[in-house]
Design a protein around this ligand. Structure first.
Ligand SMILES: Cc1cc2nc3c(=O)[nH]c(=O)nc-3n(C[C@H](O)[C@H](O)[C@H](O)COP(=O)(O)OP(=O)(O)OC[C@H]3O[C@@H](n4cnc5c(N)ncnc54)[C@H](O)[C@@H]3O)c2cc1C
Length: 589
């Protein structure tokens, strides 16, 4: 493998041997991080979870009160610079807090909309005056925020927005409407996107009391029923000229940059929730008996428990890897430097691909976990009296908002194709080397055997993606089937590798849960191998036919590798630990 592949660049994991890139693992978290996360856990367990039923009835004063209490202990100020009464902590702190807050899905949605898409546009794009006016209030929760991009006619195609802004003297006049806006039932301030002169997409700050601005009725939703989601109407809303956020025509950077920052958080929140689901599923499986035995003694139930744990372990591993890349990239620019916000955003964009992986992988893993929980509870899983019914509904939204998973797959696939075409990611030279039969990397660590299997899968993916890139080039961008497959290949490789590398570190460190970690990583690798083999074959079939396809498929088949330990044994060992401990025992804090 060429040594000229840049280290820790977005997408570099596709070309580097497993474990050769920097990877932060949550076991490396220091005391400060853990302490902060414990404060968040105490708050969620002490204040939020006991009010679950009230929150779910859309008790808006309660949600506002809880957000303000979160503000009192600093949880709303994490990403706000110190100059504006924020804590200016790293993204790792955000991830830790979100893992805790996620345990109540509706509150988590309100919290994330305020601290993320609601507040960050001010942090990254606000003028000093705007920051001074809004950020200290947003840091405490005195004011709460919302982000209004979507319209009834434009969701994924956000640039198709029809809301307009016209400058009349010293005022902007906004007209239009927005749809599905989280926190709109109580937010004091809204970041609203509108087109100036019908074309220049721009961001504006609208306050709740601005004349002509009104909030419509609450949406009746499938899940997260305790979060507020309403349409907005802007009828000749007049706001002062200085409420333009950023520059005229630079709205796409505000809208998409802020969404991109949020994606790794959604992945983290999903893993926080998944742990809670596994916890109550384990308790139920211990308490419920059928045929004179606990559910947790049945192989097919133990299988579910183990698969849930494997996804949690791997999901955490990939989220912590992504967040450390973001911290490194964004932390390298100080807030005091010129154009700090712009440069931080640019730095973060390097890893937008990994952030999208966190979002789709986490949301789909949580959906798997929630679905298996319903199944493990049987008929009671279908009853509103038991917790799985709610999480099954609540978690469905994660695949839709913050960019649907389809749009995120296009971001991943399209991003890789673009990087390969520009040479930022030397995919084609690596593909050529693989075609000439370059040797697979050697490994000698405690997880050498599964690492070798992963490398064989990576080679399969490289052969398929490289072939597609070589034959279709830029035309790949018009082939969504191919882009989706490329995204799946990248996601599975990133996930499986992140899990294996973390498990190997835990083994080498003699971590208390090293055997569980290793089994989880290997079990997930087995699943990922299957998905990678299938997606690689499908991608080749997109671009080759006849004898060339046959030869390509044979080459891929020569890279199929059998597991060293049967997956059923891995599952059983994992389930034994889970049942003994009564929970997923690898606690980060
Ligand atoms: C509970 C909730 C809270 C929300 N909160 C907010 C908020 O706070 N602020 C805000 O601005 N918005 C918010 N949204 C809106 C959300 O971001 C959008 O619903 C989402 O972006 C999808 O847009 P859409 O609903 O118009 O679906 P569409 O864009 O119409 O998509 C429909 C389907 O087509 C697919 N699709 C669309 N375009 C393509 C394409 N080019 N290629 C392939 N497939 C495609 C989509 O993936 C989806 O499966 C929220 C939505 C909900 C339900």
């Amino acid at each position: 493998m060429s040594t000229s592949i840049p280290l820790a660049r977005g997408g570099a994991f596709l070309l580097h041997p497993a474990g050769s890139l920097p990877q932060f693992t949550p076991e490396e978290l220091g005391a400060d991080h853990r302490e902060f996360a414990r404060a968040a856990r105490d708050f969620v367990e002490g204040e939020v979870l006991p009010r679950d039923a009230e929150i779910e009835k859309l008790d808006i004063p309660l949600t506002v009160d809880l957000l303000r209490k979160a503000g009192e202990i600093g949880l709303l100020a994490i990403e706000i610079p110190e100059a504006y009464e924020g804590l200016d902590l790293d993204k790792k702190s955000t991830l830790l807090v979100l893992e805790e807050v996620a345990k109540q899905s509706s509150f988590s949605t309100s919290f994330s909309a305020h601290t993320g898409i609601g507040t960050l546009p001010f942090v990254y794009f606000g003028s000093p005056e705007q920051k001074r006016k809004y950020l200290p209030k947003l840091a405490t929760g005195e004011w709460l925020a919302a982000y209004a991009l979507t319209e009834s006619g434009s969701g994924s195609d956000a640039m198709g927005a029809r809301t307009t802004a016209v400058l009349e003297g010293e005022e902007w006049v906004l007209n239009g409407s927005k749809m599905f806006i989280t926190n709109s039932g109580f937010a004091d301030v809204f970041v609203v996107f509108a087109k100036v002169d019908g074309r220049k997409f721009s961001a504006f700050i609208v306050e709740r009391n601005d004349p002509g601005f009104s909030v419509g009725p609450e949406e009746h939703k499938l899940g997260i029923k305790g979060s507020s989601t309403c349409p907005l109407s802007l009828d000749n809303v007049r706001i002062p000229k200085d409420r333009l956020l950023g520059q005229v025509g630079k709205g796409p950077r505000v809208a998409f940059g802020i969404l991109a920052i949020g994606r790794f958080k959604l992945g983290g929140a999903c893993m926080g929730m998944a742990k809670r689901v596994l916890g109550y599923t384990l308790r139920y499986a211990a308490e419920r008996s059928q045929f004179g035995r606990s559910l947790n003694s049945f192989g097919l139930i133990r299988q579910k428990l183990a698969e849930m744990a494997a996804r949690i372990f791997v999901g955490e591993s990939l989220n912590w890897r992504t967040v450390s890349y973001m911290d490194e990239a964004m932390g390298s620019v100080g807030w005091e430097e010129e154009d700090a916000a712009g440069r931080k955003m640019e730095a973060m964009e390097e890893f937008s691909l990994e952030a999208s992986i966190s979002k789709i992988w986490g949301s789909e893993a949580l959906f798997f976990v929630a679905d298996e929980a319903v199944q493990a509870f049987g008929g009671y899983g279908f009853s509103q009296e038991y917790p799985p019914e709610k999480i099954y509904r609540d978690c469905r939204i994660n695949r839709i908002f913050e960019g649907t998973n389809e749009i995120n797959r296009l971001i991943i696939g399209g991003g890789l194709v673009k990087r390969a075409a520009s040479g930022a990611l030397p995919l084609l030279p690596a593909f050529e080397a693989a075609r000439r039969g370059s040797a697979l990397p050697a490994f000698d660590g405690p997880l050498a055997a599964p690492m070798r299997r992963l490398e064989a899968s990576k080679r399969q993916a490289l052969l398929a993606i490289g072939q597609a890139q070589a034959l279709l080039g830029a035309k790949l961008n018009d082939n969504q089937d191919a882009l989706g497959l490329i995204a799946d290949l990248a996601s599975e490789l990133f996930a499986a590798e992140s899990g294996l590398v973390r498990a190997e570190r835990m083994v080498l460190a003699g971590h208390r849960w090293k055997d569980l970690a290793r089994d989880c990583a290997e079990l997930y690798l087995h699943f990922a191998q299957g998905r990678i083999a299938t997606a690689s074959r499908a991608l080749l079939a997109e671009v080759l036919e006849g004898e060339a396809l046959e030869a390509g498929l044979q080459e891929l088949a020569s890279l199929d590798r059998a597991p060293e330990t049967p997956p059923s044994r891995l599952r059983d060992r994992i389930a034994t630990v889970l049942v003994d401990q009564g929970k997923y025992p690898i606690d980060l804090i």
